[in-house]
Design a protein around this ligand. Sequence first.
Ligand code: SF4
Length: 405
Amino acid sequence: MVNPPYPTLTTQELDATFDLPYTRLPHPKYKNKRIPAYEMIKFSVNMHQGCFGGCSFCTISAHQGKFVVCRSKESILNEVKKVAQMPDFKGYLSDLGGPSANMYGMAGKNKKACEVCKRPSCINPEICPNLNTDHSKLTEIYRAVDALPEIKKSFIGSGVRYDLLLHKSKDKKVNDAAMEYTKELIRHHVSGRLKVAPEHTSDEVLKSMRKPSFKQFEEFKRIFDKINKEENLRQQIIPYFMSSHPACKEEDMADLAVRTKKLDFHLEQIQDFTPTPMTVSTEAWYTGFDPYTLEPIFSAKTPKDKNNQRLFFFWYKREERPNIERELRKIGRPELINELYSSNDRAWQQGANKDKKFENSYREEKNNRIERSQNKRSSQKTNERKSFNPNFQNVKPQKPKGKRK
Ligand code: SF4
């Protein structure tokens, strides 16, 4: 039995739930053990619930609902102040986010139309003309948080929907607000790496996932690179991709390898489709049919088939080259071997080294940025304590415990 999502809360109701006296600590049963997932979120603030993206493989709209409900600015600022009082807070918020970072404040303009609407997604296959995609409230909150004396930097760790940023509304103010938000985000709220989830490059697979065309990702990357160049920043986009989703064949994965290589990505954040209850993707995967068209739909199910898809993510790894060449010949696409491994292109050979070099330069840039931001702030706030940046200062090297074997 599947129950419908709980009715959408009002802003006041949502604020009230966040006003409850949470300890912001892991359950006492963990007895002060270090919990990596907690370390990631302990200095983060959730600003809204719900998601109108409707991605076929995701359950968020099934349990949080399609309509986005937002906390008030006051409620968010109050929580930020509480986080700032936590004993080991050093001034850096790891996330001001939600299920999708930039859906805050967005809803249908005509609420009556939304009440009877049957669309599973407000933004796919195209953005609904009734949806208000104004980013200005969100920009205002980021700036209000950054203006607090306790905050040195606030980052956006939740995934950003670039299709909302690129959308061209009929209202010029909305388009200007999206551009302003994009600049604010890239200039001040990226911790070195910005998470986005194109999920695939093939239009057919993306359609089955209810995700926007990969062309939109390419366009967003151009904007991201341009702003980074203007600001003299060396930040990275970290794209998330998925293999073995219903409708995805090995040919699509070969296409994904070639197109992401052209964009100079060596993919790290990848996953293989896992059926999750209550999603359209799982229904297609289980039945073998697209539930809307009732047309048969292919899904890779055996470990061998799934692995043959997954290996295309790692075209740059030396040990995968023979397997990829074998698969490309098997699926009748030998011409792609040259695209991935042409004799005058050493990218795949240099894969591991290049990743290491990029990783180091990313760390260096992140350190410099944080240092610059601290210097700027200390000149503005004379009473402020010195930087406690955990990565570079006041950290004494720890002696390893026990003998090295
Ligand atoms: S009418 Fe448009 S904005 Fe409202 S729920 Fe439907 S798709 Fe979303």
